[in-house]
Design a protein around this ligand. Structure first.
Ligand SMILES: O=C(O)C1=C[C@@H](OP(=O)(O)O)[C@@H](O)[C@H](O)C1
Ligand SMILES: C=C(OP(=O)(O)O)C(=O)O
Length: 448
């Protein structure tokens, strides 16, 4: 099976099912809309895993209903954690770090968060588990996390010919404390996973970063949320080292904030059509790094207003190009920038994002292949691309089983006739309601 084919097993009951193609009709006028975006995937899956480890009950509101969250909840239930999904909240009965099902198999779906956070959280417990991901998740890197967990006492046996990926058997007898050295150069989720598990180590644990972290902000989100649930953590500035006390999380009521990554597609819609979009339920001071995509849009000539309720982006007559942008610290928006870049008045170079070759797809390769198939000139480098201005033509595009490819490519359809997206249901990883939301802001989409 090629990586372009959908891994439908990873689609959850919360997914958009039964659709094969999204045909987008270009906007006939600038998009002017107010939008409310669903809960953050990153915050949702941290809250679920931390609440499961905690002592006492947690009541989580604003939980995202998407594949990533669904499989995280299912994995926790498989481990014997009681998780009740109510209309207004998800209620998690904490285990105090002792997993009721000490010998079972868990499936993490396609989510990097569930795979990295649960592997670490289990390693801090006692038991023997098989951990599997979706077809793509089973190819994504885990090696540096396995190495660090092994150094602290976990026994990890690969269950495929690839030693550094899922599926694995994990035999856990708790994590020793002390100091562990880790790389953050491939994925910040390795660091977040280790930190989330750290309060359950046998003694205080210091995580020292040997190189750099690709997306620091996600580690800050982890540290903030650990503290919110009662953990005692200290970090050096720049996150070169973090020290976690061995003291449990305490269950609590917690409100999940809106997803800044999802918001970006709607701001980009305003940018592309010369319209105006307010995302009502996000603040500029969120820790989520993708909010800074509005800074890139401002550089491209958009007016950005963060002073009132929500964040407003107003698009210019013509987007500005002629710039180089490091997307390292908000790399989930690389596809969004790449797919609006052809409409700018000069080339745009994107740098420092080699790590996104290991995301849901090889995203740099996908940018090159997709834009070239639309008649746009692109140069590819190991860590980025340069995209030249042009006039894309219509085409049927693969979504490469990658939610962000489908969402970002839809933006091209707002201004180019004849754009069709294959397997639109892949948006379900983080935003099953994406096409409904586009329709709400006036875009005509035929889902067949
Ligand atoms: O911790 C998180 O919630 C995330 C970290 C980032 O991953 P990497 O650090 O692996 O790039 C980001 O791309 C992902 O969407 C969410
Ligand atoms: C990289 C992503 O997801 P994850 O690593 O959580 O699977 C993403 O949502 O773009």
């Amino acid at each position: 099976m090629s990586s372009q084919e959908a891994d439908l097993h990873a689609r959850s009951p919360w997914a958009l099912h039964g659709v094969h193609l999204a045909a987008i009709t270009p906007a006939t006028q600038p998009i002017v809309a107010d939008v409310i975006v669903p809960g953050s995937k990153s915050v949702t899956n941290r809250a679920l895993v931390i609440a499961a480890l905690a002592e006492g009950v947690s009541r989580l509101s604003g939980v995202l209903r998407s594949d990533d969250a669904y499989w995280c909840i299912e994995a926790l239930r498989q481990l014997g954690v009681r998780v009740e999904v109510r209309p207004e909240a998800v209620v998690v009965e904490g285990t105090g770090g002792s997993w009721p099902n000490a010998n079972t198999e868990v499936y993490t779906g396609a989510g990097g968060t569930a795979a990295r956070f649960l592997t670490s959280a289990l390693a801090a417990g006692h038991g023997s588990w098989v951990i599997r991901g979706s077809r793509r998740m089973n190819e994504r890197p885990m090696g540096e996390l396995f190495q660090a967990l092994t150094a602290l006492g976990a026994v990890i046996t690969p269950m495929s010919e690839r030693p550094h990926t899922l599926p694995i058997r994990l035999e856990a007898n708790g994590l020793t404390g002390g100091t562990v050295h880790m790389s953050g150069a491939t994925s910040s989720q390795f660091i977040s996973g280790m930190l989330i598990a750290a309060p359950y180590a046998q003694s205080p644990l210091t995580v020292e970063i040997v190189d750099h972290i690709v997306q620091h902000a996600y580690v800050h989100i982890t540290l903030d949320m650990m503290r919110d649930f009662g953990a005692r953590v200290k970090e050096l500035s720049g996150l070169s080292a973090m020290q976690v006390e061995a003291s449990p999380y305490i269950g609590r009521e917690y409100e999940i904030e809106a997803d800044a990554s999802t918001a970006c597609y709607f701001w980009a819609a305003a940018a592309l059509t010369g319209g105006q979009v307010r995302v009502q339920n996000l603040r500029y001071d969120t820790r989520q790094p993708d909010v800074h995509f509005v800074d890139v849009l401002a550089q491209m000539g958009c007016a950005v207003d963060t002073s009132g309720q929500g964040i407003v982006v107003r698009g210019p007559e013509r987007l500005r190009g002629g710039m180089t942008v490091s997307m390292k610290e908000m790399s989930d928006q690389t596809l969004t920038l790449a797919f609006i870049a052809p409409f700018a008045d000069g080339p745009i170079s994107i740098t420092d994002v080699e790590h996104i070759r290991h995301h849901e797809s090889d995203r740099l390769h996908v940018i090159v292949e997709t834009l070239r198939s639309l008649g746009i000139a692109v140069d590819e480098r190991a860590d980025g691309v340069t995209i030249y201005p042009g006039a894309p033509h219509g085409a049927r595009l693969s979504s490469f089983d990658d939610h962000r490819v489908a969402m970002a490519a839809s933006l091209i359809g707002l201004v180019v006739p004849g754009i069709e997206i294959e397997d639109p249901g892949c948006v379900s990883k983080t935003c099953p309601m994406f096409f409904d939301k586009l329709q709400e802001i006036g875009i005509n989409i035929a889902l067949t």
